[in-house]
Design a binder for this molecule. Structure first.
Ligand code: ADP
Length: 258
């Protein structure tokens, strides 16, 4: 794969005590900088703005009110980019903040503008674009749980848009299981999924962590989009970002959607 999109979830970036997992961010910066220096095109889609904002503001619970969540995300986004900036500077890389929304694909002008920005950024030698959903402008009144901050589907949209070879989705779980392993201890990891059949959808139970949003449901929607475009996605655990090297070496890691 010469062009990859890596999506990192809140559950990977934030510890359960609301503290940011800085070692994972440092590792991620190291791995992605190495790939970029090897001539690969790399885009990072990062969640975590609300979780980081909660830490900055000293909140133990995600606010219920949507406008409060937006405010917390705005605080957290600035802090998160500062952390990434420092981490990537260690490897002489700069980061580019791209705040976009899923509906760019419905507006030809926005679509073209975002695509042009990506092309320019990807042609730069020492820059990594870091994408997040623009939480200030995207709020679904209908379905807060799956739509607010849904970077899973956004990362698939980005993967389509830049015509990447692979989307690597880093979460707090080793892959997609036959049932939620937190509820069903003997659930089995599924190595390859070629089609999002009803049994697969049924296996994606419930929401994830207190910070994470979509759980597996939004990841399956992302996978569906990837499969439709004949692209590939790997879902795996982000606790050790060096796993990205194993994936790119063709080793069987996590769940491959192909
Ligand atoms: P992230 O923050 O990385 O986006 P989430 O916390 O939203 O991740 O989603 C990951 C969680 O989804 C897992 O920790 C697990 O509890 C839950 N989950 C539900 N169904 C499944 C399944 N079939 N396979 C794996 N994980 C599942």
């Amino acid at each position: 794969a010469d062009r990859i999109v890596v999506k990192v979830g809140t559950s990977t970036l934030i510890h359960h005590n609301s503290k940011i997992n800085s070692s994972v961010i440092k590792q991620l910066a190291k791995v992605l900088s190495t790939l970029k220096k090897d001539g690969k095109d790399v885009v990072l889609v990062s969640s975590g703005a609300i979780g980081v904002g909660m830490g900055v503001l000293g909140l133990d619970q995600r606010p219920v009110k949507i406008s409060k969540q937006q405010a917390v995300a705005a605080v957290g986004q600035a802090e998160l980019m500062q952390i990434y900036n420092e981490a990537f500077h260690e490897y002489d890389m700069s980061v580019a903040q791209m705040l976009i929304t899923k509906d760019i694909i419905d507006y030809p002008e926005s679509h073209t503008n975002v695509m042009n920005s990506f092309q320019e950024l990807l042609s730069m030698d020492n820059t990594i674009p870091i994408v997040n959903e623009n939480d200030t402008v995207t709020v679904s009144e209908l379905d807060h749980h799956t739509k607010f901050g849904d970077n899973d589907q956004l990362s698939a949209i980005v993967t389509n848009l830049v015509d990447a070879d692979l989307l690597i989705m880093l979460s707090d779980i080793d892959g997609f299981y036959s049932a939620n392993p937190n509820k069903v201890p003997d659930a089995k990891l599924i190595g390859t999924i070629g089609e999002i059949a009803p049994e697969i959808v049924a296996a994606a139970g419930g929401h994830g962590t207190k910070f994470g949003t979509g759980g597996m449901t939004t990841k399956l929607k992302a996978a569906q989009r990837i499969l439709k475009h004949n692209q590939q996605m790997v879902l795996t655990n982000g606790k050790d970002p060096e796993i990205i090297f194993n994936i790119l070496a063709g080793e069987p890691v996590g769940t491959l959607f192909s």
